[in-house]
Design a protein around this ligand. Structure first.
Ligand code: PRP
Length: 210
């Protein structure tokens, strides 16, 4: 590893909007998006190094100090109950966690509601707040299918444009939480390498203000 600032970043949609934001902050990070298989990428200026990760793994790399800084959705942090230091809301990856059901759905009487989700902790907390007991079915993707088939009555999942719900005959029946990507920092790195990390964060704050 070099002297570059190490960032843990999620591969995919959020990275595509993060790179232009980094460009506005003065970092040419286009190499983070290049079509290669290398999982460690260095920015053109050599000041940033990105570890390309599955979103769920970003907190782990930052908690353990392998990366000083990370970019991760509030959904991932809240589902893990992560206490990572949230430094800055990046206002990218904006969406919401919602309960959705087949159009015209009415809650079944006489049986416990079955909820399919990638977010069992947040789903249970949502229903606990309402004093409702539910059965959670944990899924890893294509969650909408849970409510399209007989697997579940409703789903708790991310909604961005609403297109996936619409094309599967589902609709939002309750909002659970607002989601966006945030910058998180390793607390020890924030102390030891504070000056450099604060300068990086300031650059992003200024880029967001433009
Ligand atoms: C996410 C989410 C929804 C969809 C929402 O899935 O779980 O399925 O995006 O986006 P929309 O409101 O713009 O349609 P993702 O594409 O990450 O894939 P997954 O099904 O594997 O979770």
């Amino acid at each position: 590893m070099s002297d570059a600032l190490t960032l843990a970043v999620p591969k995919g949609r959020v990275l595509k909007v993060l790179v232009p934001l980094l460009a506005k902050a003065g970092y040419d990070a286009s190499s983070f998006l290049s079509d290669e298989r290398a999982l460690v990428r260095t920015s053109a200026c050599g000041r940033l190094e990105a570890l390309l990760l599955k979103p769920d793994d970003v907190p782990t790399y930052v908690e353990r100090g392998v990366a000083s800084i990370g970019v991760v959705g509030r959904d991932v942090l809240d589902e893990k109950g992560s206490e990572l230091f949230r430094v800055l809301d990046l206002r990218v990856g904006v969406c919401k966690l919602a309960v959705a059901a087949p159009k015209g759905f009415t809650a079944p009487r006489g049986h416990v509601l079955r909820v399919a989700t990638k977010y069992p902790r947040m789903a249970l907390a949502h229903y606990a707040k309402k004093g409702e007991q539910v059965e959670v079915v944990k899924l890893h993707g294509s969650v909408e299918l849970g409510a399209v088939t007989t697997l579940a009555d409703v789903i708790v999942d991310l909604v961005e444009t609403g297109r996936t719900l619409e094309e599967n005959g589902l609709e939002v029946i309750e909002d659970v939480a607002s989601v966006s990507s945030v910058l998180v920092a390793n607390r020890a790195a924030w102390k030891v390498d504070g000056e450099r990390l604060r300068a990086f964060v300031k650059g992003l704050e200024e880029a967001l203000a433009v």
